[in-house]
Design a protein around this ligand. Structure first.
Ligand SMILES: Cc1cc2nc3c(=O)[nH]c(=O)nc-3n(C[C@H](O)[C@H](O)[C@H](O)COP(=O)(O)O)c2cc1C
Length: 404
């Protein structure tokens, strides 16, 4: 089965026929654009309580069966502010139930183990209108990377004398094209906290320590407070120094962060970014870093830089001393901007280690994983939730269930 999922806001069935002509079997067409997709809130029930099944009950959940039953999924999406828009991002974030929490090492990077036997080819279409060539590249790189992570082949439909289908080849993110810049030290830093988690947020814990260290030199604005977005987007025009601090969600920002970013207008001042992620290697965050460089340019703001810290998930289970050891350099990195007016390159580089795993580390991790030591973190929680026996469930495709 081949499924076309239209995520665009405006109804426009004009291109369906042209896309249909690229395939020799009829496409199942699903239009999701009218209903907004409920954003993933990082509850991880789909991993730890009801394995494979998302708690959200919306149109997105209704198409999970179609998704995993298809050999090809064509995603037609809108872009906004130089990236895929929040609706398209919410779609990708909500795809994680189809993977296990379990980790495997692939080419020096962590990946989640497949829950299903196979995954559809992912075919992407987005209109180039309003995008710079740099932004178009960042989006394509990001979508390639997402499909790779999701164990799908990636294709892009491009409009050039009719519609053409191209397979996307492996590539690295084009990052660090824009140099880090320094600003006037000692000024207040407004930090937007992007974690959608309702409780137990790593970001909240880290930013709590930032406030302890820097007091009223920082102001934390939690993007879960959606009622304040209009006011904050207005403030953005005059707020001098802004930082976006967020967890990495499917190699980019959580969809709620994108939805807020869509509201921002070009303005004077500085902008910096801090990405913290679950997997240890910072290469996970490079595709988002590449976008943030473009975004700073689009918003006309001085790009102070992007800090990346991996290996943050699970750190709350560590003893207090070990937690402090992880948090302290993160706090220091933010303090560097407030007190020195710039990121310290040595801190940034230390924070981002490892970038990828070397061969020796890769082998060691594989051995630890075989011994069950890496997945212990997940198994323990599955057992606490009485969900361990169901851990291999593949609920949206009952046919593959017995073969897992
Ligand atoms: C939907 C979703 C997608 C994620 N994608 C990634 C990813 O691509 N790479 C990664 O290293 N961590 C990923 N993570 C892990 C989070 O970045 C990590 O758990 C983070 O510390 C959560 O921070 P928070 O508690 O402040 O929300 C993902 C988590 C969720 C819920």
């Amino acid at each position: 089965m081949k499924t076309l999922i239209d995520l665009r806001e405006k109804k426009d069935s004009g291109m369906y026929e042209a896309v249909q002509n690229l395939y020799d079997e009829p496409l199942k067409i699903i239009r999701l654009g009218e209903q907004s997709i409920t954003p993933c809130i990082g509850c991880w029930n789909c991993w730890l309580k009801t394995p494979g099944r998302c708690v959200m009950k919306d149109q997105m959940a209704e198409l999970y069966t179609d998704y995993v039953s298809s050999d090809t999924v064509i995603l037609i999406m809108d872009t906004a502010q130089g990236f895929i828009n929040h609706q398209a991002k919410a779609f990708l974030d909500r795809t994680i139930p189809h993977y296990h929490p379990y980790i495997e090492i692939v080419n020096g990077e962590c990946q989640h183990v497949a829950r299903y036997k196979g995954y559809p080819d992912m075919v992407f279409y987005y209109d180039r209108e309003g995008l710079s060539s740099g932004e178009e590249q960042v989006i394509e790189d990001y979508l390639y990377r997402t499909a790779y992570h999701f164990k799908s082949k990636a294709y892009r439909i491009v409009k050039a004398r009719g519609f053409q289908l191209h397979q996307l080849e492996s590539r690295k993110a084009k990052r660090q094209i824009v140099p880090f810049t320094s600003i006037e030290p000692g000024e207040k830093l407004v930090i937007y906290s992007g974690s959608p988690r309702r409780s137990g947020s790593n970001s909240a814990l880290i930013l709590g320590k930032v406030v302890e260290a820097l007091g009223d030199r920082v102001e934390i604005r939690d993007l879960k407070e959606k009622g304040k977005w209009e006011e904050w987007a207005e403030d953005f025009k005059s707020d001098k120094n802004i930082m976006f601090f967020m967890p990495l969600y499917v190699h980019a920002m959580p969809s709620q962060v994108m939805e807020f970013i869509e509201k921002l207008q070009p303005s004077k001042g500085s902008i910096s970014f801090f990405i913290q992620s679950g997997f240890p290697e910072s290469s996970q965050s490079h595709y988002l870093e590449a976008y943030f460089e473009q975004l700073a340019f689009r918003l006309g703001r001085t790009y102070v830089g992007t800090a990346i810290k991996g290996g943050v998930e699970g750190f709350q289970m560590r003893p207090a001393k070990a937690q402090e050891k992880i948090i302290e350099p993160m706090v220091k990195t933010i303090a560097d901007i407030v007190l020195e007016g710039k990121f310290n390159p040595t801190n940034i580089s230390q924070l981002s280690m490892p970038i990828r795993f070397g061969k020796a580390m890769g082998i060691l991790l594989k051995l630890l994983s075989k011994a069950g030591l890496i997945n212990f973190f997940w198994n323990q929680q599955l057992k606490e939730n009485n969900a361990y026996e169901k851990r291999f469930d593949a609920p949206y495709l009952s046919l593959t269930k017995d073969s897992q």
